[in-house]
Design a protein around this ligand. Structure first.
Ligand code: ZN
Length: 244
């Protein structure tokens, strides 16, 4: 089975369209969206409609829950809070209803998918080190778990009781040894933060046990212009060009 895993779109329609076009060149069997469809970017309704139309299975992220009032604003920094308040008033009733109903976890044979962490899927903690990843492996029984949330593509490998963080290089297949388990951050479509402005998504070939982080160019200036045409903080436009 060939899975396309994409996350953290954040209302960036231009990045989402480029990623879906790239996914469609890869003969995937299933699409899975790991949440944060909205928040930060200027096209929340368009992104919700496009994800719905893609046929992807979808889970909720913290921004989706905050934009629908299901999660408290106290968690967020100033720019994120401004973006959530803007997104709340911009969301159509249909988009809000859709986001409100999203589940927190998807499982398939041998794999689990959550937005932030398998241990506490609704508590939105960040996994940014091998140490933080280590206890997460006890929280899922499957071979592999996919996450988003931090916007940093990462691969954590459990082998003989030890967890190592490995490089997840752009556009190069990574083999997953059969005697290991893995926790994988699939990167971000709409707001990459690894100093690379290219949109990211992850191809998982389950029969071959192989992963590829794909990076995709998109018209950043168009996404920026949309943000600058609203009352969203201009910082949210600037960061897209730098991938931060
Ligand atoms: Zn996010």
């Amino acid at each position: 089975m060939r899975y396309a895993l994409f996350s953290d779109i954040h209302g960036n329609l231009e990045a989402l369209q480029a990623v879906l076009a790239d996914i469609h060149t890869q003969q995937v069997d299933r699409l899975i969206c790991l949440g944060d469809l909205v928040g930060y970017g200027a096209s929340p309704n368009e992104c919700v409609a496009t994800v719905r139309g893609s046929g992807a299975e979808v889970i909720a992220g913290n921004h989706d829950q905050a934009a629908t009032g299901q999660f408290d604003l106290g968690y967020f920094n100033e720019n994120a809070t401004s973006a959530i308040l803007w997104t709340r008033q911009a969301l159509s009733p249909e988009a809000r209803e859709y986001l409100e109903a999203l589940p927190l976890v998807i499982t398939h044979p041998g794999m689990r998918v959550v937005h932030a962490s398998p241990q506490n899927p609704g508590e939105w903690e960040y996994i940014l080190s091998a140490h933080e990843a280590a206890r997460q492996f006890r929280a899922f029984p499957e071979l592999i778990c996919f996450i988003g949330h931090s916007h940093f593509p990462r691969l954590y490998r459990l082998h003989n009781g030890r967890v190592r963080e490995l490089n997840l290089p752009d556009d190069q297949p990574v083999e997953l040894p059969a005697d290991c388990r893995h926790l994988v951050n699939v990167g971000s479509v709409g707001q990459p933060r690894d100093s690379n402005p290219l949109a990211g998504w992850t191809l998982y070939e389950s029969d071959e046990q192989r992963l590829t982080l794909r990076r995709v160019a998109y018209p950043v200036a168009e996404a920026q212009a949309r943000i600058l045409g609203t009352t969203l903080p201009s910082f949210l436009a600037g960061r897209l060009a730098r991938g931060i």
